[in-house]
Ligand binder design. Structure first.
Ligand code: FAD
Length: 466
């Protein structure tokens, strides 16, 4: 099942112990004419880690830390090591993964494959920018070692190309040095979209900045929300360093407000899974933020970064239909117009997202990338049988708005993108380059997934409808 539970597939799942067993799987696929997909921790919202009726290689067992240089903050891990394993190993030595997603569950291989971003994208770029080198097994039988100076084409091609060129075996990362395991957070309320984008942009030099948007209001308050900025705390007294960055202080609380057991909270939230419920939650959140406008507080890095892990199993709120996230990236100059249009379209179609998040981004040099100098808006929609068709036509309409504005999409979150939209934002030059690399690394077009067949059938030699 996809993480968002809105798509599922039956696959032949293999758990190779090592590179040799993976090679055997490639041979088996070749001789039987089957295709092979990879799965890390299955934390992509859509169908990226599914390969329906075909072979799916689960790499979560490749979870050893191979080398840790705590002096220089350089770590080499197998690709199935999770972000949780990574930060827990390094934090007490005064290091932190420079780019993390909103949950600590993904694997390093999955993060490299989607070239993920965090709440600090403007400042530090995407995950791939901190990969010193990686080793990968290609379906053509070759094992390659890639870095910015060695096999550059594959380095910039594989980081972000959603598992279509080869399998990451090990990845070496440069971590971020921290003086303390805490961040000083400031909450700033924004009365409307204009305000929100302005606050985010004017705080982009902070270590982290992220905006939450109330997607349930329109009119003059459209796009209102709360921005959180955070700065790594510096310690004047070095003696408290060891204590402050100890793991215990980092872990997320198991109770909310000190009394409510977090693991049962989804049951309560489930009662609010309807339009009126979203309105209530968002309104309460907005006004409570307004009351604390400008207030500062201290959080551990894990608490600040992995907000979505506070409530275990929260996605069960949306069972059985699941949830879809729609994240679009819009150039700076068009962001205000486009986000207003998008929020208005959602309201007009009576399909309001229950959650909206805005981040500031910068451009990068990876072959397959959603990143540009601008903002992204990520909106979470609850999927129900009765709204599935309407949701899909709403998202197709949003795709057009995004493309007209020179916007881009992110495959780790995507569930609905059509090939025309993918071609339009990637452009013919990028697609032909990806196809060239694919022919070189995977001549039998073995590596596929439900996502790749849906968004870019020509990658697998399928006829392209013009
Ligand atoms: C609650 C939540 C919050 C999130 N927040 C963010 C966020 O803030 N920013 C962000 O960028 N993303 C975010 N994500 C998305 C997530 O970080 C990505 O989807 C990530 O790729 C998931 O990693 P995974 O290990 O689960 O990979 P999977 O979902 O299992 O696979 C993702 C892709 O990686 C490929 N892959 C996996 N392992 C390998 C390997 N060893 N070699 C080659 N290919 C491989 C798969 O084929 C697939 O295409 C979030 C997801 C969730 C559920």
């Amino acid at each position: 099942m996809a993480w968002g539970m809105a798509s599922e597939a039956c696959c032949y799942v293999y758990y190779p112990k090592d590179k040799n067993e993976l090679m055997d799987i490639f041979e088996l696929a070749k001789s039987s004419g089957m295709t092979v997909g990879f799965r890390g921790a299955g934390q992509s919202y859509g169908d990226a880690s599914l390969n329906g009726e075909q072979i799916l290689v689960d790499l979560s067992g490749w979870n050893s830390i191979l080398d840790w240089d705590s002096e220089n903050g350089i770590i080499t891990v197998q690709s199935g090591v999770t972000i949780a394993q990574l930060w827990r190993r390094v934090v007490s030595s005064g290091w932190w993964p420079p780019v993390v997603p909103g949950t600590m569950n993904p694997t390093v291989g999955g993060c490299a494959s989607m070239n993920i971003h965090g709440k600090n994208h403007w400042q530090v770029g995407s995950f791939g920018e901190h990969v010193i080198e990686f080793e990968a097994l290609l379906p053509n039988g070759q094992t390659v070692r890639c870095s910015r100076s060695q096999s550059q084409d594959l380095y910039f091609g594989m980081l972000g190309s959603f598992g279509m060129l080869g399998c990451f075996l090990s990845i070496t990362l440069k971590l971020k040095q921290i003086a303390s395991g805490a961040v000083q957070v400031t909450a700033l309320s924004a009365a409307n979209l204009d305000d929100l984008l302005h606050i985010i942009d004017s705080h982009k030099a902070e270590d982290y900045v992220v905006g939450w948007v109330d997607c349930t209001v329109v009119g003059s308050s459209i796009g209102r929300g709360i921005v959180h900025t955070a700065r790594h705390k510096e310690l004047s007294n070095k003696n408290v360093l060891t204590d402050d960055i100890s793991n215990n202080k980092h872990e997320l609380p198991s109770a909310i407000f000190g009394i409510l057991p977090a693991k049962y909270l989804w049951l309560f939230l489930r009662m609010l899974n309807h339009r009126m419920g979203y309105k209530i939650i968002n309104t309460v959140r907005y006004y409570s933020g307004l009351l604390r406008n400008g207030h500062g507080f201290v959080q551990s890095l894990a608490q600040f970064n992995f907000l979505l892990d506070y409530i275990p199993n929260w996605k069960q709120v949306f069972w059985p239909g699941g949830l879809i996230q729609y994240q679009c990236f819009i150039p700076f100059r068009n962001a205000h117009t486009v986000f207003s249009k998008i929020l208005q379209c959602c309201t007009d179609s009576k399909l309001q997202p229950y959650l909206g998040v805005v981040k500031r981004h910068r451009k990068d040099d990876f072959l397959i990338s959603c990143n540009l100098d601008g903002f992204s808006l990520a909106m979470d929609f609850s999927v129900k049988d009765r709204n599935r068709a309407r949701l899909s036509s709403l998202l197709a309409k949003l795709d057009e708005i995004v493309l007209d504005a020179g916007g881009r999409f992110y495959f780790a979150k995507d569930s609905t993108l059509k090939p025309e939209a993918t071609r339009s934002f990637l452009g013919p030059k990028t697609i032909s380059r990806l196809v060239e690399l694919k022919v070189m690394c995977d001549p039998n077009k073995m590596l596929q997934s439900n996502l790749s067949r849906r968004i870019l059938p020509e990658l697998h030699g399928c006829q392209v409808d013009k």
